[in-house]
Ligand binder design. Structure first.
Ligand SMILES: Nc1ncnc2c1ncn2[C@@H]1O[C@H](COP(=O)(O)OP(=O)(O)OP(=O)(O)O)[C@@H](O)[C@H]1O
Ligand SMILES: [Mg+2]
Length: 274
């Protein structure tokens, strides 16, 4: 279960995120990144955050703590941006909080080195949850206290947007050629990650993860009897994908063709220059 806190101060919006999360202070004196139910991405993005984030942490990946965040838009009346206000006003009640990592910087694949073993684990994990939102263009990882941290799993598990087609969708391969860590991971480290982590992704572990999803975000899902019924669908889909997704990961694209040297450089390249 996620612990529950109440936001007592709205500090500022995080405009670099498409869903415009906000930094808030809570009644436990912690500072959190609030992901709002009223954002355009909707409550399923928050469900994906909970499932992926809680699974990542249980598999030993660096993932900030998630909390249930009670939010009253009244505390944010001073926010002047009308678009942000609209999101906040639509988000009264339960939202998702992620422990704020102060002083962290966005991960840049050209600026930091990542241990190939860790890179293999992250790529395998992203393949499992079908995370298409950790590319070099938008890495959704932070560097904090010298280490790599995973954030932002709102776009994972695309199959939960269409449950009748979920099994077929989850049977598809995972293309990691654009992944922010593809230049650090190797076939061998991804295979080692799969050998170590896939057996850990049991139905029991997944049920524990699914239990952390608030009922409110699962209620009324078409085709399901109740929130526990939806939870079982998350468990079944991930449990089905874990054993063999490793064999369906494309890690490196076709080698890029180098541009031919310009005409004036050819004598040197071809060794004919005097
Ligand atoms: N736990 C955190 N600690 C510090 N900064 C964070 C944290 N989580 C998010 N951020 C900052 O806020 C930005 C937006 O967060 P996030 O990527 O989760 O939002 P999003 O709206 O889902 O983004 P996207 O546009 O990638 O879909 C991040 O790029 C990062 O700079
Ligand atoms: Mg992001």
């Amino acid at each position: 279960m996620l612990s529950e806190v109440t936001a007592i101060r709205y500090i500022t919006p995080l405009r670099e995120g498409g869903s415009v999360p906000g930094i808030v202070e809570a009644d436990d004196l912690g500072t959190y990144v609030a992901k709002f139910t009223g954002a355009a991405q909707g409550r399923k993005a928050l469900v994906a955050e909970v499932v992926a984030g809680e699974l990542a942490r249980r598999l030993g990946l660096p993932m900030p703590e998630l909390v249930r965040l009670e939010f009253d838009p009244v505390i944010a009346l001073g926010e002047p941006d009308e678009e942000v206000q609209d999101i906040l006003k639509a988000s009264g009640g339960l939202n998702l909080g992620m422990d704020y990592l102060p002083g962290s910087v966005g991960f840049d694949p050209l600026g930091f080195e990542v241990d190939p073993e860790l890179a293999g684990r992250v790529v395998w994990f992203d393949a499992l949850i079908n995370n298409v939102d950790r590319s070099w263009r938008n890495p959704n990882m932070l560097m904090w206290h010298g280490g790599l941290w995973l954030i932002d799993h709102g776009a994972a598990m695309i199959w939960h947007h269409n449950w009748p087609g979920a099994a077929a969708s989850a049977a598809k391969p995972y293309n990691a050629t654009d992944h922010a860590l593809s230049r650090f991971a190797t076939e061998a480290t991804v295979a080692a990650a799969a050998a170590r982590l896939a057996p850990e992704v049991t139905a029991d572990l997944l049920a524990e993860v699914a239990a952390a999803i608030p009922d409110e975000w699962l209620a009324g899902e078409p085709g399901f009897d109740d929130p526990d019924d939806v939870r079982r669908a998350y468990v079944a889909t991930l449990a089905g994908r874990a054993p063999d997704i490793a064999g369906r990961i494309t890690l490196t694209g076709a080698p890029r063709q180098a541009d031919p040297p310009p005409q004036w450089l050819r004598p040197w390249v071809e060794g004919k220059a005097k």
